[in-house]
Write a protein that binds this ligand. Structure first.
Ligand code: AVW
Length: 249
């Protein structure tokens, strides 16, 4: 009996408690059916655990993408650049489009910071390198890998919301321009429809020279369109379910 008690007490003290991060990951994951969240968590951890947080290449997340693959949702896929709040404000209310942040991996990791440390099997949420502190940082590599995988399955009519309140709505250094657009292939994607979000003090619109670059950089065979749409019109469509998705703008 004494031995059993010692073994149990030892087992309990040695067993690592689930971190708050792991709990968040798993509870967000469990909102999606058809995925084995423990398997997804294990595939996620192997990308960065016990590594220098600045030495996690994009490919480190390949096994994670394989464990939770993206499903093509033709004609409903929404990309964005510098319009995160407008886009999600809309997609939260209406089931018209699917963004990366609506998929399992995107929604589980949205807004989170994480990294590992050499010599430790833990996940840390403090003291992790910032987005531009080093090239191969743990969080940035994930978003690049996930964005690439999401763009790889893009099909049919693809929509992108760009920001008319900045100088260069199609910025070559953005994930949208550098990772996603190059993966749109004519055999899968029919049209790229840009929605230029226009606010009161907009400084650019669909006539911006950067949009010409976008038109020229897409795969031949993909047709391109751009429409200036006011932010208030997007919000109105978000709050009026009687307006059909296709009639929003
Ligand atoms: P974004 P993207 N520091 O609005 O085209 C911290 O520029 O690049 O649009 N976080 C950053 C930084 C930074 N300097 N830069 C970017 N981020 C993060 C995935 C931050 O979380 C979707 F499918 C910001 O909200 C879109 O089509 C996010 O990256 C496309 O990639 C987007 O930055 C949007 O990427």
């Amino acid at each position: 009996i004494v031995i059993v008690i010692i073994a149990v007490v030892l087992g309990l003290t040695l067993r690592q408690n689930k971190s708050e991060f792991e709990s968040t990951f798993l509870s967000r994951c469990e909102k999606f059916d058809q995925y084995d969240c423990k398997k997804v968590w294990d595939a996620f951890q192997q990308a960065y655990v016990n590594k220098d947080p600045c030495k996690v290449p994009v490919e480190a997340y390949d096994p994670l993408i394989a464990a939770a693959p993206f499903k093509p949702q033709c004609n409903r896929m929404m990309f964005w650049s510098k319009t995160k709040d407008v886009v999600h404000g809309f997609t939260e209310k209406r089931d018209c489009f699917v963004t990366l942040e609506d998929t399992l991996l995107g929604s589980v990791l949205d807004g989170l910071t994480w990294c590992g440390k050499e010599g430790s099997k833990d996940t840390f949420t403090n003291g992790c390198p910032g987005w531009s502190d080093c090239e191969n940082n743990t969080v940035r590599s994930f978003w690049i890998r996930a964005s690439a995988a999401f763009a790889d399955v893009a099909c049919g009519n693809v929509t992108a919301m760009l920001n008319g309140s900045i100088n260069t709505p199609f910025n070559p250094t953005s994930i949208f321009a550098s990772v996603e657009v190059p993966r749109f292939i004519a055999s899968r994607v029919k049209n790229l429809n840009v929605v230029m979000v226009i606010q009161k003090n907009n400084i650019s619109n669909c006539t911006d020279p950067s949009l010409k670059n976008l038109r020229q950089s897409i795969d031949t065979g993909i047709t391109f369109s751009c429409k200036d749409v006011s932010e208030s019109q997007i919000q109105e469509c978000g709050s009026k379910p009687e307006i059909a998705c296709g009639a929003c703008w």
